[in-house]
Design a protein around this ligand. Structure first.
Ligand code: HEC
Ligand code: HEC
Ligand code: HEC
Ligand code: HEC
Length: 445
């Protein structure tokens, strides 16, 4: 009898130990609590623009966000140094001829630098609209709520400057009080809606990418008020976006001497990543790589020091990949391949521009064929820019990046042939001076 009692007791203890181990393991793998502070020290007003107030409740998130001001380390194709894309690749000066991007176009830096950088760029002039502040400040959500996006965008940049005092901050991504991740940009909210999508039904993991879509998406300025518009009505693939901008005859500028109405793509990071990339399909989010968890003793929080994951790959990739060196070698191959494909497309586009210019200058060129050439140039250049302006040099979605660049090169060469046909001049089929593939740019220390 005594023997059985011992066995039962030992059994019970074993079962309890297993349950305890399970609970501990479960807790260890749980993401940090959304409310790290059970009793918030200060009450944050809705849409509060001052991140330092939120920081009183969440000091780790705040101090890591502030850290983005100091990052300045370059990587082969990215990093936080403010290198000039135009100096790295002078083809861009030709491709953006006649538009502000040919004057000044730098690599992005950390989130704390947004106001310094937008106010310093030569792209902003006396006639620039306030729309350019849309993705630069934690004051925006409050101002949009107060005066509405259309009124905001119809003002001049310089008129809004006194009201904009804070770089990107908590109110761009979080709802005060609940700390939920939210879409705060009305243009992005409208763009999801246009596709019949309600982001409020997104899972937490989906929101860990969607919150970046507040800004890391392509857009255009609609009408004289320059209203921020995200062209997702027909979907988020590059072909869908071209269809949408074609349907409203939108163009950012007319290319000098070719007469092509060009549309500029802007960092479609969310669109490219969600176009069935390997990581997206595996359920990985932007925050998984760019906001890895930091452990400090018993505490665990998401790093808000958002930067290139290649600056700390052990932290960013090591949580899922056991051999970080193997994946880093893959990143190198992917980025080099896409860089070279991109340069090939640029050379094709420059040949296209040269040919259309020559054909347009000839009085007896066939106007219908010339227009066909311009239309092909318009589409080829947008497709190229979709990859060129998106961040990560194709790493976010290598297959899709190569598919798009291949089609862009094809369309550019078709445009060149149409121009030669329009002019009746086969000499326009020759290729130009840029037709060499450079080695990747050397990072400037
Ligand atoms: C699987 C990991 C991973 C995911 C997921 C991911 N990225 Fe990246 N991201 C990278 C890598 C790697 C780079 C390249 C950095 C470099 O070249 O220095 C990069 C570069 C960037 C850059 C440019 C940074 C720089 O230093 O040049 C931005 C901006 C960016 N990503 C935003 C996003 C957004 C927005 C999402 C979600 C839509 C996302 N990323 C999803 C890994 C990831
Ligand atoms: C660019 C968007 C962005 C900004 C700006 C931002 N956050 Fe976050 N924050 C996130 C994301 C993404 C997560 C991960 C949420 C999740 O996993 O559900 C997060 C998580 C958190 C959490 C939950 C605990 C944790 O660390 O994972 C807290 C608290 C938090 N943020 C506070 C802040 C505060 C305070 C600020 C301003 C100082 C801020 N955040 C600014 C995107 C942002
Ligand atoms: C409110 C707009 C906004 C939101 C939301 C936002 N970004 Fe950014 N992001 C920017 C802008 C603008 C820049 C460029 C800042 C500059 O160059 O001054 C930038 C730069 C970056 C960089 C480059 C940093 C570096 O050091 O080179 C990365 C990486 C990045 N963002 C990732 C993300 C990720 C991931 C998310 C979502 C968790 C996100 N961003 C959400 C606007 C935003
Ligand atoms: C949250 C988990 C997670 C993180 C973080 C993560 N990955 Fe991955 N990665 C995956 C998964 C899952 C796959 C797909 C594996 C498969 O299907 O075999 C993958 C696949 C890859 C592949 C192969 C892709 C292909 O199409 O061949 C590369 C390269 C890669 N990851 C690089 C990186 C790099 C670099 C980082 C850090 C910047 C990173 N990953 C961060 C989960 C992650």
């Amino acid at each position: 009898m005594k023997k059985y009692t011992t066995i039962i007791l030992v059994g019970i203890i074993l079962v309890l130990a297993v349950i305890l181990a399970g609970v501990l393991l479960y807790l260890k793998n749980q993401p940090p609590q959304e409310r790290a502070v059970i009793q918030p020290l200060v009450t944050i007003q809705p849409l509060e623009a001052d991140s330092s107030l939120w920081g009183e409740n969440y000091p780790n998130e705040y101090s890591s966000l502030i850290q983005t001001a100091n990052n300045n380390t370059p990587t082969t194709y990215g990093g936080s140094a403010q290198n000039s894309y135009l100096l790295q690749d002078p083809r861009l000066v030709i491709l953006f001829m006649g538009y502000s991007f040919s004057k000044d176009y730098n690599q992005p830096r950390g989130h704390q630098n947004t106001l310094i950088d937008i106010r310093a760029t030569k792209r902003v002039t006396a006639t620039t609209h306030a729309t350019c502040y849309s993705c630069k400040s934690s004051d925006n959500p409050g101002l949009w709520a107060q005066i509405g996006m259309e009124a905001f965008d119809s003002k001049l940049f310089s008129d809004m400057t006194p009201a904009i005092n804070n770089p990107i901050g908590c109110s761009n991504c979080h709802e005060a009080g609940t700390m939920r991740l939210v879409i705060t940009n009305p243009a992005v909210d409208a763009a999801f809606k246009a596709q019949g999508i309600d982001w409020r039904t997104f899972t937490r993991q989906q929101m860990r990418s969607a919150v970046c879509a507040n800004c890391h998406v392509t857009y255009y300025f609609a009408g004289d008020s320059k209203v921020l518009t995200v062209p997702w009505d027909n979907g988020t693939r590059v072909e869908n976006i071209i269809q949408t901008e074609d349907s409203v005859n939108f163009s950012d500028w007319i290319y000098p001497d070719t007469g092509t109405p060009i549309m500029k793509a802007r960092h479609p990071d969310y669109e490219l990543f969600t176009a069935d990339s390997t990581h997206y399909k595996a359920g990985v989010s932007c925050a998984d790589c760019h906001m890895p968890y930091i452990r400090e003793g018993a505490l665990k929080y998401s790093s808000h020091d958002i930067m290139s994951p290649l600056l700390d790959p052990q932290l960013a990739c090591g949580q899922c990949h056991t051999d970080v060196n193997v994946v880093l070698a893959r990143v190198s191959v992917i980025q080099d391949t896409i860089y070279q494909a991109k340069i090939g497309t640029e050379d094709a586009l420059i040949d296209t521009i040269t040919a259309i210019k020559a054909a347009a200058a000839k009085p007896d060129s066939d106007p219908a064929l010339l227009d066909e050439a311009r239309n092909l140039h318009r589409h080829a250049q947008y497709m190229w820019d979709f990859i060129s302006s998106s961040n990560s040099m194709g790493f976010h979605n290598p297959d899709e990046a190569l598919r798009i660049l291949r089609n862009a090169t094809d369309l550019a060469r078709q445009a060149q042939m149409k121009a030669a046909q329009a002019a009746g001049d086969p000499s326009l089929l020759t290729t130009g001076v840029y037709y060499t593939i450079d080695p990747p740019p050397t990072p400037v220390p």
